[in-house]
Design a protein around this ligand. Structure first.
Ligand code: AMP
Length: 404
């Protein structure tokens, strides 16, 4: 387990605490359509305001390209934050080039206030990790709490540089996330199984290479399994496939033996002739695939094999759907396996960790997001963690300014 300083290691009483959260939440018709990221940082806010600190929230929102743009204003999420935390929030239309007005508002705010500053990406220095901007941010607080794991893979002013300028600790949500992830790959109970799916091998080579070293079984599904099957000489018809990656796929399969990692590929598939919802489809064994067909999901024998592998495992990590889950009936493999993972988890037989944008959507579709041990809403940061990379914001916390 990573040992980072956390909120128990610092005196927050009556302090102005800058908290990097992830308010980059989805909006639909001007309203927040999924408040998960807000709900997760509530414990951090609660622990600051209960000791009369002021919680001053920093976040990016969308990609405004370094300019002030009302359509990316964090003002749009204020009422949802108020709803989730059950208290009023002060919103400051922060001018990141001159924060004198913001400083005054913060000073005048009563102890225990929750304050949201404007989108950090309204200043171009946010994404260039500009020291001047980070110093401007630091001038608004006394302590920095990093609580946005989903932004931890980016060395930005509000995620990385700021941690070098103020005494900095990890927030409650990120602490919980790191400890869940640590139980998944850094320090897991073996046997460990990984399920990797999704469209393409090319986006997940680093991830597979890292997993080979760490897990005992690797289930490969989704479109990316086709590249492996093709490399093995299996007919895959018109299925999605990166033929140029055959050599990579073979190298990965060769390496898996030396690493004592069993690779589990589909043995049958739900095959269609059109890529669309409710397309006519049939199950085929992969020894007898229709040359004109497209593999859009794993078949029943593959599902049973995966269930058997899950039965043997004590820990599971999952990224990527096993089929084109957005289109029925090609969601069936992902849904059935997801429900099985949820069942084994509920029985106390499995620690299950999943993450990545499409994966969370697929698990939500299966109705099991709350039934896994931990589901990470971080996209890029989760993948980089699975790839075994060190994340800049975490490295910065290890080297933060000492507490005064
Ligand atoms: P990724 O973002 O790499 O995790 O890929 C997720 C996408 O992979 C989803 O949109 C799925 O529809 C797609 N996908 C999964 N399996 C297949 C398949 N057999 N053929 C085509 N697309 C697939």
């Amino acid at each position: 387990m990573l040992s980072l300083p956390n909120m128990d290691d610092i005196d927050l009483r009556h302090k102005n605490v800058l908290v990097r959260v992830d308010l980059n939440v989805p909006l639909m018709n001007g309203k927040v359509s999924d408040a998960t990221r807000i709900i997760r940082f509530v414990p951090t806010i609660r622990d600051i305001i209960k000791v009369n600190g002021k919680a001053i929230l920093l976040s990016h929102f969308g990609r405004p390209k370094g300019k002030v743009d009302a359509s990316f204003s964090l003002r749009q999420v204020v009422s949802e934050v108020e709803k989730v935390i059950h208290r009023d929030v002060i919103f400051i239309e922060t001018d990141w080039n001159d924060v004198s007005e913001a400083k005054k508002i913060i000073a005048d705010a009563p102890l225990g206030s929750v304050i949201i500053l404007e989108n950090t990406r309204f200043h171009p220095g946010e994404i260039t990790n500009d020291e001047t901007l980070a110093k401007t941010m630091a001038s608004l607080g006394e302590i920095f709490v990093m609580d946005a794991f989903s932004a931890a893979h980016r060395a930005h002013a509000s995620t990385e540089k700021l941690a070098h300028l103020l005494p900095s600790v990890v927030g409650r949500a990120m602490q919980k996330e790191l400890s869940a992830l640590s139980a998944g790959l850094d320090n897991p109970t073996h046997p460990v199984i990984a399920i990797i799916g999704g469209a393409k091998v090319s986006t997940k080579i680093d991830l597979i290479e890292n997993l080979l070293k760490k897990v005992d079984g690797l289930v490969i599904g989704g479109g990316m399994a086709n590249t492996f099957l093709y490399a093995m000489g299996v007919g895959i018809g018109n299925s999605l496939c990166e033929k140029n990656l055959s050599e990579t796929a073979n190298r990965i399969m060769d390496r898996s033996e030396g690493e004592h990692c069993a690779i589990i590929l589909p043995v049958d598939a739900n095959v269609a002739w059109k890529f669309e919802a409710n397309a006519k489809s049939s199950f085929y064994g992969l020894d007898a695939m229709d040359p004109n067909g497209m593999i859009l999901d794993i078949g029943p024998s593959s599902i049973n094999r995966i269930k058997g592998a899950i039965d043997d495992a004590k820990t599971l990590v999952w990224n990527g759907p096993l089929g084109a889950f957005e289109y029925e009936p090609f969601d069936a493999g992902t849904v059935e396996v997801a429900k099985y993972v949820a069942k084994r988890t509920a029985e106390g037989k499995l620690i299950s960790i999943a993450g990545g944008g499409d994966t969370v959507a697929a698990l939500a579709h299966a109705g099991v997001v709350d039934d896994f041990t931990y589901v990470s809403t971080a996209g890029g940061a989760f993948l980089e963690w699975m790839e075994g990379k060190s994340l800049p914001a975490i490295e910065a916390l290890k080297n933060s300014a000492p507490a005064k």
